[in-house]
Design a protein around this ligand. Structure first.
Ligand code: G1P
Length: 262
């Protein structure tokens, strides 16, 4: 029976260093989201993609994120006392969209490490990874498009977008070998290459659908020179080994739409 994507991992334990560097400044100015944490905005899309289990990877000083997604007994009692039934129904509807589980990343050791700490909660099934501060503006939702591709190929799917060549060193870059119906077969991936070393300008934009064997690659992926375990490096090892194992599907890349980094 084909595997179905039911879970999404939201890494949210980082130190917020993305906010310290101007990555995509011209777009950033246009981006006004909402006062909710970016994760809560992003997971209306997973629920629209058939994903109903969210795994939030939190860490030190992130208790506010965990609290945000709890049912607020006080708020519900207040709305009830004021007879604001419409608002009450809406917050109950939103909290019923997904099940939320939390796991803590004791140390901020990079995206690959964040995914690895979710291993027990993910179990032996395909799963999405959503970097909630990359906003994807697409209809149908970017994740829904990726789930549709996964249903076809039953292998890892990574969202990519062409970026200007002078920005390639800010992203994981994907080298592809063939394209069919908007889906590329990935040959290799490199995390933040120098402009002169980059073999493509197809950049990873913070949405992944992965299969559980990526955890084995993450276990043996070395820390990079910044001390982090990169998901890109584990995915690269996965992609290189896929043809020889015979049991793994090659990873694919799709271009769901435009993204903004916030
Ligand atoms: C992460 C990934 C990178 C990807 C980027 C997308 O990098 O490691 O491959 O291109 O997200 O936003 P970060 O920006 O967290 O350093």
């Amino acid at each position: 029976m084909p595997a179905r994507v039911r879970k999404a991992v939201f890494p949210a334990a980082g130190l917020g260093t993305r906010f310290l560097r101007p990555r995509r400044p011209s777009r950033k100015r246009c981006c006004r989201l909402s006062i909710s944490p970016s994760s809560s905005t992003a997971w209306r899309r997973p629920s629209a993609s058939g994903i109903d289990n969210i795994i939030l990877v939190t860490g030190r000083g992130k208790a506010a994120i965990e609290d945000h997604f709890d049912i607020s007994v006080e708020l519900e009692a207040f709305l009830e006392s004021r007879n604001k039934i419409g608002a009450l129904d809406e917050i109950r509807r939103i909290s019923n969209l997904v099940n939320v589980a939390y796991v803590r990343q004791g140390e901020a050791l990079g995206l690959g490490h964040a995914v690895l700490v979710a291993r027990e909660l993910v179990g032996n099934e395909p799963f999405a990874v959503v970097l909630a501060d990359d906003v994807i503006d697409a209809e149908p939702a970017g994740l829904k498009q990726m789930v549709d591709v996964f249903d076809r190929v039953q292998g890892p799917v990574i969202a990519v977008e062409r970026v200007p060549w002078d920005r390639v060193s800010s992203y994981g870059i994907v080298e592809v070998e063939s394209e069919s119906d908007g889906v590329y077969t990935i040959r290799d991936l490199v995390e933040k290459p120098r402009r002169e070393d980059a073999t493509s300008n197809l950049a990873i934009i913070g949405r992944y659908i992965l299969t559980p064997d990526v955890f084995e690659e993450l276990e043996i992926t070395s820390h990079d020179r910044t001390g982090e375990i990169q998901l890109t490096n584990a995915s690269a090892a996965f992609s290189r080994s896929a043809p020889s194992t015979g049991t793994r599907s090659r990873a694919c890349a799709t271009t769901p739409a435009t993204s903004w980094g916030i």
